[in-house]
Design a protein around this ligand. Sequence first.
Ligand SMILES: C[S@@+](CC[C@H](N)C(=O)[O-])C[C@H]1O[C@@H](n2cnc3c(N)ncnc32)[C@H](O)[C@@H]1O
Length: 235
Amino acid sequence: MVQEPCSISLPQKRYYRQRAHSNPIADHCFDYPAHPDNVNWQEFYPNITPDQHVEFADIGCGYGGFLVTLGEMFPDRLAIGLEIRVKVSDYVMDRIKALRTLHQGKYNNIACLRTNAMKYLPNYFRKAQLDKMFFLYPDPHFKRAKHKWRIINQALLSEYAYVLRKGGLVYTMTDVEDLHNWIVQHMEKHPLYERLTDEEEKTDPITPKLYHSSEEGTKVVRNKGDHFLAIFRRI
Ligand SMILES: C[S@@+](CC[C@H](N)C(=O)[O-])C[C@H]1O[C@@H](n2cnc3c(N)ncnc32)[C@H](O)[C@@H]1O
């Protein structure tokens, strides 16, 4: 009998569905390095060179659509997607594996890490390591009692400032106006960030991708929802 050649295809999201919200304050069981020097980045990026390090972090990357776009836009820079949900991060890892097989030599600059970005960023990234951080369509946690679960808050902004280099950028996009106002209010109050001007936000080459590259963004576009963009510079 002639054997069919084994065909590689992209993973299907329906096999990786998981409840939308995960409590970011609860103690999930995570392995994490004691110090960024202990991370073996070779496991994430097979072709990493000694002078390369992760520069872009997509925080709460979901199913990884935007991460893939980042990889295509910046083939020489390393980007990581951080995702707390196990099945969702498994999906992104399988997606990257399949993309690397289907497109030899490509997508070696993106990777996904399952972790709680609200707890372990300084375990993975050194001071001033990151050039860009992305918070795209973060969970809104509407109820006042759950505001402490929001991934942008005053205490965490100091931690994000620690891992960002001076001049680095924080990109935020949401379809929830109340959350947008919350983000802007907290970022503007923090002494280590300033908002880009409208003109700077509009002309950043990444801006158009923030509307529809990620899975949540696509949904918002499909439902003709609102988009609220704000980009901040680490000063
Ligand atoms: C609404 S989804 C948006 C996903 C993606 N950014 C997009 O635009 O399609 C928010 C994602 O953030 C993840 N998330 C929430 N809290 C997190 C945390 N503390 N660390 C890592 N990921 C988190 C959630 O599991 C979820 O996948």
